[in-house]
Design a protein around this ligand. Structure first.
Ligand SMILES: Cc1cc2nc3c(=O)[nH]c(=O)nc-3n(C[C@H](O)[C@H](O)[C@H](O)COP(=O)(O)OP(=O)(O)OC[C@H]3O[C@@H](n4cnc5c(N)ncnc54)[C@H](O)[C@@H]3O)c2cc1C
Length: 408
C-alpha cells in the first residue's frame, strides 16, 4: 500500500496549526515548534493585565494537535533539493533531527522590530514576555496602593500600541479608584509619525483620537523617535528625540509596540507566489509553501497584512492546494477576504470597519463582532464556550481576577 505523503510544518502559530489540522487525514503530518503549546497572541494584552486566565491564551499541543506528530525543536535549515528540514531539538543539547518531507510549510511568524534598541524591550510576541509585563503590572498596582504616581510609555501608536495603552490605562484607573490614589498618572503613546493609526480611514482616526482624549490618563506624543531604554533602579529611562531635540523620560514600564519583523531562518525571505508556494530565484519551489506573518504575500499588487485572520485564510488555501497537488489537480490562486479591522481602546471600547475601509462600526456591536472573529479562530467547542462564558461575565464587570504576582 502507498504510504501517505509526508507534510512537515515549521511553526505552530495560527497558520501552522490550521494547516496541520486541515491535513491530518490522508497525510502524514509533523509539526515542528520549540514550544509545547499554541498561544493566541491577540489576547496577550488582556492576559497580561489579568482579565483573562492563561487557559484562554495558551493551549497544549497535545490537545490542539490530537493525532498529529509534534517535534519539539527549532528548524535551523532547509534543504529544498533533498527535501529535508534540520531541527535543533529543544532541551537536548546540540542534538538534531533531520526530517524528510514531500510537502514543506514554513510559518514561523514574526517578532518585534526594535529599530536597534537592544535592552529593556517589553514586547508581547510570546507568553514569556506577556508574563514579564504581568509582573510589572503587579508592581504598578503596588505603587498605586502606596499612593505613588505611575507612568507608562507605549512606543507605537498603531492598533497594537493603542490596544496595549488602552488596557493599561484602564488597569491604572481601576486601581486608582480602588486605592483612592488621585495622583496624575500617565500612559503616553509615543508616535513616530504625525497621526495615529497610519493606514486607517480618517473617520476611524478621529474616533480613536476622541476616545483617547476622553481617557483620564491617556495621551499621545507625535513625532517622537524612541532611541534607547536603560534601567535605573526599579524604573526605566527612555531617551527619545522630538523636533531634533533630545528628551528623557522616567517610566515604570516602557511597552514596545512599534512594529514587527518577519522571522527568518538563515536570512531567507519567504516570498509567496499566487498559489502560496515559496518563490525561488527563477521558479517557485513546487513542494514548499509559506503562510502567516513570516511570509511576504501580495494580492493584486497589494501587500496582504500580517494578521491572524489572514494567516488562517492563507493556511486554509494552502492546505487545499496541497490536497489538490497530491491528487495531481490544478491548485487554486489565493484570494484574501478582508473582513475588516477592529481596534480596541480598552474594555467595550471598540472602533473599526467592516471590509476594506468599509462600513464603520463601534460600541457594543463592534465589541460583539470582535469577539465573534476571535471565536472563529478558536480550535474546539470547549474553548469557544469557555470564551463565551468569560466574555459574558465581562459584559457586566471587568475583573482583574487572573493577575498572578510572584513574591519578591
Ligand atoms: C499584540 C498583538 C496583537 C494582535 N492582535 C491581532 C488581532 O486583534 N487580530 C488579528 O487578526 N491579528 C492580530 N495580531 C497579529 C497575529 O497575532 C499574527 O498575525 C498571527 O499570530 C500570525 O500567525 P503565524 O502563525 O504566522 O505566526 P505566530 O503566531 O507568530 O506563530 C509562529 C510560530 O512559529 C514558531 N517558530 C518560530 N521560529 C521557529 C523555528 N525556527 N522552528 C520552528 N518553529 C518556529 C513559534 O514558536 C510560533 O509558535 C496581533 C499581534 C500582536 C503582536
Amino acid at each position: 500500500m502507498k504510504s501517505a505523503p509526508k507534510v512537515v510544518i515549521v511553526g505552530g502559530g495560527p497558520a501552522g496549526v490550521r494547516v496541520a489540522r486541515k491535513l491530518r487525514f490522508g497525510f502524514d503530518v509533523t509539526l515542528v515548534d520549540p514550544k509545547d503549546f499554541f498561544v493566541f497572541i491577540p489576547l496577550f494584552d488582556e492576559y497580561s493585565v489579568g482579565t483573562l486566565p492563561p487557559s484562554l491564551v495558551k493551549f497544549n499541543y497535545s490537545k490542539v494537535l490530537r493525532g498529529i506528530r509534534h517535534v519539539k525543536g527549532s528548524a535551523s535549515s532547509f534543504d529544498y533539493d533533498h527535501r529535508t528540514v534540520t531541527v535543533q531539538l529543544s532541551g537536548k543539547g546540540k542534538q538534531q533531527s533531520v526530517l524528510h518531507y514531500d510537502y514543506l510549510v514554513i510559518a514561523i511568524g514574526a517578532g518585534p522590530n526594535s529599530f536597534g534598541i537592544k535592552d529593556n524591550i517589553f514586547h508581547i510576541y510570546d507568553i514569556e514576555h506577556a508574563d514579564i509585563v504581568m509582573q510589572h503590572m503587579c508592581t504598578i498596582r503596588e505603587r498605586i496602593k502606596k499612593g505613588q504616581t505611575v507612568r507608562v510609555a507605549v512606543a507605537g501608536a498603531g492598533p497594537v500600541g493603542m490596544e496595549s495603552a488602552g488596557v493599561v490605562e484602564e488597569f491604572i484607573r481601576h486601581y486608582s479608584v480602588k486605592y483612592k490614589n488621585n495622583s496624575k498618572h500617565e500612559v503616553i503613546m509615543f508616535n513616530a509619525g504625525e497621526e495615529i493609526l497610519a493606514g486607517f480611514s480618517n473617520k476611524i482616526r478621529e474616533m480613536a483620537s476622541r476616545a483617547i482624549e476622553a481617557r483620564k490618563y491617556m495621551s499621545i506624543d507625535n513625532f517622537c523617535f524612541c532611541q534607547n531604554i536603560t534601567k535605573k533602579g526599579d524604573y526605566y529611562i527612555l531617551d527619545y528625540e522630538k523636533d531634533k531635540k533630545k528628551y528623557t523620560g522616567i517610566f515604570d514600564l516602557v511597552l514596545w509596540r512599534a512594529g514587527m519583523k518577519k522571522k527568518s531562518i538563515n536570512g531567507e525571505k519567504y516570498v509567496a507566489d499566487e498559489y502560496l508556494r515559496l518563490k525561488g530565484s527563477t521558479m517557485p519551489y513546487e513542494n514548499v509553501f509559506v503562510a502567516g506573518d513570516s511570509a511576504v504575500i501580495s494580492y493584486k499588487g497589494m501587500h496582504v497584512p500580517e494578521l491572524a485572520q489572514t494567516a488562517v485564510q492563507e493556511a486554509n488555501q494552502l492546505a487545499r492546494n496541497i490536497r489538490l497537488k497530491a491528487k495531481g489537480l490544478q491548485m487554486k490562486k489565493f484570494e484574501p477576504h478582508f473582513h475588516g479591522t477592529i481596534i480596541t481602546i480598552g474594555h467595550m471600547n471598540e472602533i473599526g470597519h467592516i471590509g476594506n475601509n468599509g462600513f464603520v462600526i463601534y460600541g457594543f456591536p463592534a465589541w460583539v463582532l470582535h469577539r465573534l472573529v476571535y471565536l472563529d479562530q478558536m480550535y474546539d467547542l470547549e474553548h469557544k464556550f469557555r470564551y463565551l462564558f468569560k466574555w459574558s461575565q465581562a459584559l457586566f464587570r471587568q475583573r482583574y481576577a487572573y493577575l498572578k504576582c510572584s513574591r519578591k
